[in-house]
Design a protein around this ligand. Sequence first.
Ligand SMILES: Nc1ncnc2c1ncn2[C@@H]1O[C@H](COP(=O)(O)OP(=O)(O)O)[C@@H](O)[C@H]1O
Ligand SMILES: [Mg+2]
Length: 218
Amino acid sequence: MRGPLFEKTSFIKSVTTRVRKLGGGTFSRVLLVKYKDEDAVLKVGLYNDNFHQQMFNNEAHVLFNLDGAGGAPRLIMAAVNSPMILMTYVPHPTLRDVLLQRTLQSQSQALSMFRSMALAFAQVHELGYVHLDVKKDNILVDITSDFKVYLIDFGKSCSQGDRQGTSPKYNHHMLSIVSMAPQPRKDVSSMSVLMEETFNFLTTDSISDLDPNIFSLC
Ligand SMILES: Nc1ncnc2c1ncn2[C@@H]1O[C@H](COP(=O)(O)OP(=O)(O)O)[C@@H](O)[C@H]1O
Ligand SMILES: [Mg+2]
């Protein structure tokens, strides 16, 4: 990978304080940390096999090449042979939070947000990448600035038209990814699903899959 690559030990030494956990799921933990007195985001993989290592290499590589396009965080550094990435902190809530907390209230605000989202995807696509994991948790929204969108989580992204691209060689655990050609239209159709859900939410109050705790009520 081109870009700032560090040995695991010097990588860990340069990250000073853990501030708080931001998120993470099956594969990773995402923490807000301090790096040179600034807020930064540390994404650490929970598994160190080849597959997950490649997924992290891929994300680091794409972030480096995007260099902030689409509002993406900038890569600060990545660790050699270890699933760890340090990137800039984007201090905004996710689209899921913005909807759940009802910060986005009107259709005109929603249209403004989707316009910004479309422009963000256009920037990413123009640089030859497809995001391939468009969902509410991977979109940050600046509610103080016309609902401007910042795209995050490029772990599954690929070069356009290249079935494997710079991403890991997907195996039987990820059949859905094997079977789709990474074209910009894939992101556009995922965005249209988000639009439909957002407008449904605004007009009917339907909770759809918005509340992750909904299953605990069943
Ligand atoms: N650069 C960032 N700035 C601010 N918050 C972030 C950043 N990266 C990730 N997050 C937060 O951490 C969560 C998980 O990060 P993500 O990269 O999506 O990990 P995963 O691959 O586990 O889904 C996001 O939904 C978001 O809330
Ligand atoms: Mg994510």
